[in-house]
Write a protein that binds this ligand. Structure first.
Ligand code: HEC
Ligand code: HEC
Length: 180
C-alpha cells in the first residue's frame, strides 16, 4: 500500500498492469482492498478501485474459531500468530499479542469477558496472576505460565506485567473511596 511508483505513461486506448499485494494472514472470508490510481486525467484525476476477494483456507488448515482445548492456541501452527509476537514482551505489547484477540483491544471484552470491568483494580494481584498462569481451562481461557501448564509460553515477570497492565484500566484516582 502507498508505495510511490514512477509515473507510467499510458496512451489513450492503451492498457497497463497494476500489481496489488493483499496480506491475508489471519483473515478468512470476504476481504476488500481499495487502491487509488492517480492520473493526470483532468476529469477524474483520482480513481478509487475496490478489489474484492474471498480468502479460502486450504483443506485441513485451521479456521477460526474452531478449536478443541484452551491450550491449543499456544501450540503448533497457532503459535506463529498467537504466541511468537509476545515472546520477550511485557505489558501493553504482550497484551496486544496474546490477549486482545479474545478480551478486546482495550479490555472491553470480545469472545471472552471484559477485563476493564469495575472491580478489576481491587482484585488480589496473586489471584489474577493465577488465572493468567493456569487459565480457566473449562471455559476456554488458556494458561500462559511456562513450566506451570502444558505449552505455557511466558515467564513470571511477563505475566506480572500483564496483571499490572489490566488492573491499570480501572485504577481509581488517588483518594477515591475503595469499592467493595
Ligand atoms: C495467521 C495467523 C493466525 C494463526 C496461524 C492462528 N490465528 Fe487465531 N487469530 C488470528 C487473528 C489475527 C485473530 C484475531 C481476529 C480478530 O481480531 O477478529 C485470531 C483470533 C483467535 C481467537 C479468538 C477469536 C475467535 O475467533 O474465537 C481464537 C480462539 C484463535 N484465534 C484460535 C486459534 C487457534 C486454535 C489456532 C491454531 C489452530 C490459531 N488461532 C491460529 C490469527 C491467527
Ligand atoms: C482463547 C481466548 C482467550 C485468550 C487468548 C485469553 N483469554 Fe483470558 N479468558 C478467556 C475466557 C473464555 C475467560 C473466562 C471468562 C469468560 O467466559 O469470558 C477468560 C478469563 C480471564 C480472566 C478472568 C476474568 C475475571 O473477571 O475473572 C483474566 C484476568 C484473563 N482472562 C486474562 C487474560 C490475559 C491477561 C490474557 C493474555 C495473556 C488472556 N486472558 C488471554 C479467554 C481468553
Amino acid at each position: 500500500m502507498g508505495s510511490a511508483k514512477p509515473p507510467v505513461t499510458i496512451k489513450p486506448g492503451d492498457s497497463s498492469d497494476i500489481k496489488v499485494t493483499i496480506k491475508t494472514a489471519g483473515k478468512s472470508g470476504a476481504m476488500t482492498k481499495t487502491i487509488t490510481v492517480v492520473t493526470n486525467d483532468p476529469r477524474e484525476p483520482n480513481r478509487a478501485m475496490n478489489l474484492t476477494s474471498t480468502v479460502v483456507l486450504p483443506a485441513g488448515a485451521m479456521s477460526h474459531p474452531e478449536f478443541k482445548g484452551a491450550q491449543e492456541i499456544l501450540r503448533g501452527q497457532c503459535m506463529s500468530c498467537h504466541v511468537t509476537p509476545g515472546i520477550g514482551k511485557k505489558g501493553a505489547v504482550l497484551y496486544e499479542a496474546a490477549c486482545a484477540m479474545c478480551h478486546g483491544d482495550q479490555g472491553e471484552g470480545k469472545t471472552a469477558a471484559a477485563l476493564n470491568q469495575p472491580g478489576m483494580a481491587q482484585r488480589d494481584d496473586k489471584a489474577v496472576f493465577e488465572i493468567i498462569a493456569k487459565g480457566i481451562q473449562a471455559r476456554g481461557m488458556p494458561g500462559f505460565l511456562k513450566g506451570e501448564v502444558e505449552s505455557g509460553p511466558y515467564d513470571k515477570a511477563q505475566l506480572e506485567s500483564l496483571v499490572t497492565f489490566i488492573k491499570g484500566w480501572q485504577r481509581k484516582p488517588a483518594g477515591a473511596a475503595p469499592k467493595s
